[in-house]
Design a binder for this molecule. Structure first.
Ligand code: C2O
Length: 546
């Protein structure tokens, strides 16, 4: 089946939480429309850019096997779609299902509204969990800011502002929230039709909530008052059902949880998206009870006289008292029941150590570094465009095919020296089909959600302090969690494993949008000879000429 989606980007004025600002949105709506497909379908996504800035569209978590040029990363897998321009993404979705999302991968643009949910269904998944729930509901949660992201980024990167990520003004649940205008007096704050998101659910049914953190910075604790959550999916991987009360979701991670609407004491419940407090001062107004909330309301009221829900209403329900489940523990303690992903991780054959840190540069700008390099979008054409030209038939005989199994700190530029000496583009050429271990050392005092494009990696281990080299080789290889975005604790580490079987240039980056733009990105180049066989559409190359 081929499914066609038309996404038109434009600038609008909106007030998701009552605070008026400029948004960049898709099809005039925020969040963007749900993209749905069955596993194996072809997706045609026409992006028309009627906005004032460049754009690209990235489908987060999709393998894009054989279609790396449809990965939508600005100046890595493609040149940008200029204002007034358009581009058609055309790819299939075999071999994966579950909850994903799509977002602009140009600068910090997704935080201005260019985001949407992406769900892939499959028979394989249905066989395992569809009998467990009646209805399916997407829940996007994020931190939120009252101005354009470019301004916050400029402040963050400005001289003298080291280590001060923008503090969120609020958070949103499915693009809406309540904001108390008394906290920020001024003309821009007014209620208009802003309101919390209300989930109208039938009584005595089970709902699958697909929770997606589409934010810039904050890890969010998601909960529904009085309703336990049964966790069944993480990043498109089915998990042995586990019950918890609060779910910690790092930026760009997704989880599916089941809730059953069987509470008889009341009809209205807070749905909570609590920004994890370690990020901010506890006095931040958005953290004050009930905080960032939506409302779950049962459509068939037990109490027929109950007033309709309104913003002025006080909470009827209390938050779960327990501390949040730790997402890092979830990674290690949950077992996958995933039929399509090998439960047994193979032994690694190559090992790369990635040190990530922040340093004050010579201009006193706070930049992020990976092994001493700080990413910037390539100038001229995208890295993949350049690699593709260099690898085109006739030149491919000069490709350097690395089969080294050298351990530790193995690094190298793209073959042919395309980026020789360029510290903006740190690219490791992974030997074909090897089993790759990436040790990420987080040398910073904050947590970082790292995302690898094109793969789900096994999370072999995470921890604080330094990596226990003596234990290397003793990590559990049977059924570790597989996912595409992992939280790495402050001064901690994560050991990630993947098989280099998907050709392309795949970014590994911190998904905190400010950190990405500060340079916290590197790329893995997998199977350059296969990259040379790609047949991207002419329109892809033409983007670079625009
Ligand atoms: Cu959500 Cu580089 O991506």
């Amino acid at each position: 089946t081929t499914r066609v989606y038309n996404l038109t980007i434009s600038e609008v004025t909106g007030w998701p939480d009552g605070y008026n600002r400029t948004l960049t949105v898709i099809n005039g709506q925020f969040p963007g429309p749900l993209i749905e497909a069955n596993m194996g379908d072809r997706l045609i996504v026409n992006v028309q850019n009627n906005g004032v800035n460049m754009t690209t569209m990235h489908f987060h978590g999709l393998y894009q096997n054989g279609t790396n040029f449809m990965d939508g990363t600005y100046q890595i897998s493609q040149c940008g779609i200029p204002p007034g321009g358009s581009f058609t993404y055309n790819f299939t979705v075999p071999g994966q299902y579950g909850t994903y999302w799509y977002h602009s991968h140009y600068g910090t643009q997704y935080m201005d509204g260019v985001v949407g949910p992406f769900v892939i269904h499959s028979q394989e998944e249905d066989d395992l969990i569809s009998a467990m729930y009646d209805y399916d509901q997407v829940v996007l949660i994020s931190d939120w800011y009252h101005g354009l992201s470019q301004g916050y980024l400029a402040d963050y990167l400005a001289s003298g502002n080291e280590d001060t990520e923008p503090v969120p003004d609020n958070g949103l649940i499915n693009g809406a929230a309540y904001f108390n205008c008394a906290l920020t007096p001024g003309d821009s704050c007014y209620q208009q039709d802003a309101n919390r998101t209300i989930f109208n659910f039938e009584r005595d049914k089970t709902y699958r909530l697909r929770v997606i953190n589409t934010g810039a910075f904050a890890e969010i604790n998601f909960s529904v008052d009085e309703h336990p959550l049964t966790l069944v999916e993480g990043d498109g991987v089915l998990i042995q059902p586990t019950t918890l009360h609060k779910l910690a979701v790092a930026v760009a991670q997704r989880y599916s949880v089941l809730i059953t609407t069987n509470i008889t004491s009341t009809d209205n419940f807070w749905v909570r998206a609590e920004l994890n407090e370690f990020c901010f001062a506890a006095t931040n107004p958005v953290l004050v009870d009930p905080g960032i909330t939506g409302v779950l309301t049962y459509t068939d009221k037990a109490d027929s006289g109950a007033p309709p829900y309104s913003n002025s209403m006080t909470a009827e329900t209390d938050s779960w008292g327990d501390v949040a489940a730790d997402v890092l523990c979830l990674d290690l303690n949950n077992t996958s029941i995933e039929p399509m992903i090998p439960i047994q991780a193979p032994d690694a054959t190559v090992f790369y150590r990635i040190d990530s840190s922040f340093q004050i540069g010579s201009y006193a700008i706070d930049l992020a570094y990976i092994n001493g390099t700080s990413w910037k979008p390539a100038s001229g054409t995208s890295v993949l465009n350049q690699a593709y030209e260099m690898l085109a038939p006739g030149l491919s005989s000069t490709v350097v095919d690395s089969n080294s199994t050298e351990l530790l700190n193995k690094t190298g530029p793209l073959p042919l020296g395309v980026f020789g000496g360029n510290q903006d583009q740190y690219i490791i050429n992974v030997p074909d089909y090897e089993v790759v271990d990436i040790l990420i050392n987080n040398l910073d005092d904050g947590d970082h959600p790292f995302h690898l494009h094109g793969y789900k990696f096994w999370v072999m281990g995470t921890g604080t302090g330094s990596f226990p080299y003596k234990e290397y080789g003793n990590f559990n290889t049977t059924n570790p969690m597989r996912r595409d975005t992992v939280g790495i604790q402050a001064y901690g580490w994560a050991l990630l494993r993947f098989v280099a079987d998907n050709p392309g240039l795949w970014p590994l980056h911190c998904h905190i949008t400010w950190h990405l733009e500060a340079g916290l990105l590197m790329q893995f180049e997998v199977q350059p000879k296969m990259i040379a066989q790609f047949e991207p559409p002419a329109a892809w190359a033409q983007l670079c000429a625009a």
